[in-house]
Design a protein around this ligand. Structure first.
Ligand code: GRG
Length: 300
């Protein structure tokens, strides 16, 4: 499949992933059912850009994979991401009322329900990953390694740890090294994992997995820098969430540390480093380069 634009790949990733998420939502409406099931379905079916699924898909194909079962691996990563958004918006964290153009899960339901729904999504993501491995005929050892990567990226050495440091740093100024350290974990770890999982699902060798992981590590940082720039420059309507939150919460960001132009240059530098990682690994893949460009230029 050849894509002329990142939007075409994102649209395909959205179609494939959303079908899996809708099927999961139907199951969750049955069990646990009730308000918890409804909150889970609400969060899973709210439309996002599906950047992480697109990265799973593009990495899978770059490593030679062609089977449709990859949609479940992409959905597993998106479910972890969705849980993180539900919890990130809670009053005890970033306390936000709008996400993806809709009221946040705890606003529609309540804080306790949204908290439970977030926690439930983690094992649901692992179930989805296991379903994907079965669909792709991956052996148990490979599934185990993939689950390890997903959960490590989600946990204290990854996303949770990064969020922890980020919350702890509110109201304090940070230097660039500290900022990169937080965001490699908070945002970058899951993006890096998405790329590694795509390569592993395709049966890629260690060199391919290392190359796509290195690519993901760089675009993970670029993604967060673009997020900071958008928070400072875009409107709430464009973002589907409250703009200007970083300033309100007195967060140190790439924009506060480097200024808007400096942040733009830093994002480009990381996107270029992602391209270099591909070249050094001998991976000539236009789609991954297109995605790196999209990640730094996106408007939402
Ligand atoms: C227990 C301390 C603790 C943490 C729980 C909440 C949490 C785990 C982690 C927060 C991770 C987080 C929300 C990182 C921000 C990543 C980010 C830039 C999200 C925006 O992603 P997009 O733009 O959103 O891809 P859409 O809506 O398009 O999917």
């Amino acid at each position: 499949m050849k894509y002329n634009t990142a939007e075409e790949l994102l649209a395909e990733a959205r179609d494939l992933t959303d079908a899996r998420l809708a099927a999961r939502a139907r199951l969750l409406l049955q069990s646990p059912g009730g308000r918890d099931g409804e909150a889970l379905a609400y969060a899973l079916e709210t439309a996002g850009k599906r950047v992480r699924p697109a990265l799973v898909l593009a990495s899978y194909r770059a490593a030679g994979g062609r089977a449709p079962g990859i949609a479940a691996i992409a959905a597993a990563v998106e479910i972890v991401h969705t849980y993180s958004l539900v919890h990130d918006d809670l009053p005890c964290m970033d306390d936000d009322a709008q996400r993806r153009g809709r009221p946040t899960t705890h606003v529609v339901y309540d804080v306790a329900t949204a908290t439970r729904a977030g926690f439930v999504m983690v094992p649901v993501a692992v179930e989805e990953l296991a379903d994907g491995a079965a669909l792709l005929g991956l052996d148990p050892a490979r599934l185990g390694r993939m689950a390890g990567i997903l959960l490590e990226a989600s946990g204290i050495r990854g996303m949770v740890g990064g969020q922890w440091l980020d919350l702890e740093a509110e109201g304090r100024s940070l230097d660039l090294t500290e900022l990169v350290g937080i965001h490699r974990r908070k945002t970058g770890a899951l993006i890096e994992a998405a790329c590694a999982l795509g390569a592993l699902a395709a049966g890629g060798d260690e060199a391919m997995v290392a190359t796509l992981t290195a690519y993901g590590r760089e675009i993970g940082v670029a993604f967060q820098i673009a997020d900071d720039l958008l928070d400072a420059t875009a409107t709430s309507e464009e973002l589907g969430k409250t703009a200007g939150r970083d300033a309100t919460l007195e967060k140190a960001t790439y924009v506060s540390v480097l200024g808007q132009e400096g942040a733009r240059q830093e994002a480009l530098r990381h996107a270029q480093a992602a391209g270099s990682a591909l070249r050094e690994g001998g991976v000539t893949n236009g789609t991954l380069l297109t995605l790196a460009g999209y990640i730094v230029q996106r408007r939402s």
